[in-house]
Design a protein around this ligand. Structure first.
Ligand code: ASP
Ligand code: MG
Length: 478
């Protein structure tokens, strides 16, 4: 079996839905498939927004709820002849009525708990699946909607619930066994053992697809989106960026940690565990091969796989002679940062131990400095710590690839290229997995750095040429 997941952008309107159903129709002729769908484009946002508005008594929620219905009704108008429209829209109307009542309830009690929020958020996938299944039926592809709340069982951590894998795998496998119709499964939503609706976190439909794939031991999981695949670098800065045809799971995770629009690392876990390859494919360009992510290391002519970047970061430097040889300093620094809620993205400390350099999001840098100043006030007065330095407007660039491990000369090539281009590097970090070399440059150098590094490792591109993606290092999912 093959699992196909289509995201909201692939379901934006009637035309996109037609495209999706064309892909489904073809795929099912080759092998058994299961389909996982997100809500139509923008619908989950509208649902959450109207819930928030209802909770504070803002009447705008009425219009936003109507907008949701209109989006489905508009699509139905194009997809179905007038004679069929009413019966197709009936289940959507029923859901709409239920949603309206719920929102009215929220308005009355003037609050929307995370539990109610999840229930409200669930309507998007429930509606999109009904609409698409009806359309598939009408074009001769028998389909049935399957509500994932009967299959994926979670705890009650609303907003981002934890899955009971064993039970869910069993329920999914049972539900999909011997089906004659194509199952159209609601992404993103699940339920507790008591049947209370939960969600798997924003963009959770990828996760649903991964769970379904793992449960049925699928041969492949295809994530259909609106890009051609994962790119070698952010095409906004690197015009030669190309679609990377193969990635290992580890490389995909590295890229995702750097905010690349691949898929969330957590989402991949079930697929990784069961060793099921994940494909990133483009609904707007179904002929393109896409990117294949699998367990096998990639053997490709290039020594690296891709270049990722994170913008808007700051460097916090803790400097002082009093840290040399004193155990526990790093511990105190990091506990303090954890206490004040600062997420550390990159760390580097030279073996002189004279300074610890921490990189965090720009917006958290002030909190980091203030927290450290109060935690280390004593050391500051006694000059064991000389100063805290803050440098803003920086960019982390990471060169990623499994093949770097044990290949000498990669960092030499990287840093000579940067040196030749006169680009100043503020800090460097490499983990011992050798899958990634990260370094810090000033924002003004970002574009040139990405281009210089791309050229150093890929020359003028690899001739693959396809550039209509934007995944690579774009960071759009951050
Ligand atoms: N519809 C949900 C969201 O927008 C889940 C998804 O799109 O994957 O977060
Ligand atoms: Mg989405």
């Amino acid at each position: 079996m093959r699992v196909l997941k289509f995201g909201g952008s692939s379901l934006a309107d009637a035309q996109r839905i037609r495209g999706v159903c064309g892909i489904i129709g073809q795929a099912r002729h080759r092998e058994p498939i299961a389909v996982v769908l997100s809500a139509m484009k923008g619908v989950t946002n509208l649902l959450l927004q109207s819930a928030g508005e209802a909770a504070v008594g803002d009447a705008a929620y009425h219009d936003h709820a109507l907008e949701i219905f209109a989006q489905h009704a508009d699509a139905a108008e194009t997809l179905f002849p007038a004679t069929e429209r009413a019966s197709v829209l009936a289940p959507v109307e029923e859901l709409m009525a239920e949603l309206t009542e719920l929102l009215r309830g929220v308005e009355l009690v003037k609050e929307c708990s995370p539990r109610t929020m999840d229930l409200i958020a669930s309507f998007g996938e429930r509606m999109s699946c009904r609409l698409v299944a009806a359309y598939l039926d009408s074009i001769g592809t028998p389909a049935i909607t399957i509500d994932a709340r009967n299959l994926i069982i979670t705890d009650d951590y609303h907003g981002s619930a934890a899955v009971d894998f064993r039970l869910s795998y069993r329920l999914i496998a049972e539900a999909l066994r011997d089906l004659h119709e194509v199952p159209i499964i609601t992404g993103f939503i699940a339920a507790t053992g008591e049947g209370v609706t939960t969600t798997l976190g924003r963009n959770g439909s990828d996760y649903t697809a991964s769970l379904v794939g793992a449960a049925v031991g699928a041969g492949a999981i295809e994530i259909w989106t609106d890009v051609d695949g994962v790119l070698s670098a952010d095409p906004r800065y690197v015009p030669e960026a190309f679609v990377v045809s193969r990635l290992s799971f580890k490389e995909a995770m590295e890229l995702s940690y750097f905010g690349a629009e691949v898929i969330h690392p957590y989402t991949m876990v079930p697929a990784v565990e069961k060793n099921i390859p994940i494909w990133i494919r483009n609904t707007l360009n179904p002929g393109a091969a896409g990117t294949r992510i699998s367990a096998e290391p990639v053997h490709d002519k290039h020594p690296i796989t891709g270049i990722a970047s994170i913008d808007n970061v700051s460097l916090v430097n803790v400097e002082g002679g009093g840290m040399v040889g004193v155990p526990g300093m790093a511990g105190r620094v990091f506990s303090t940062l954890a206490r004040v809620g600062v997420n550390v993205i990159m760390i580097s400390q030279a073996s002189s131990e004279h300074s610890i350099c921490i990189v965090c999001r720009q917006g958290q840098a002030r909190a980091a400095i203030e927290g450290l100043q109060s935690e280390l006030a004593h050391e500051l007065t006694h000059k064991q710590i000389e100063r805290f330095e803050l440098i803003e407007d920086l960019e982390i660039i990471a060169v990623i690839g499994e093949k770097m491990r044990g290949t000498p000369g990669i960092s030499g090539r990287l840093f000579s290229a940067l040196g030749d281009a006169g680009i100043n590097i503020l800090a460097i970090a490499q983990g011992s997995t050798e899958m990634n070399i990260s370094f810090l440059v000033h924002r003004d150098d970002r574009e040139r750095t990405l281009q210089v590094v791309h050229r150093a490792f890929f020359g003028d591109g690899n001739g693959a040429g396809a550039r209509s993606g934007r995944a690579g290092a774009a960071g759009a999912k951050r």
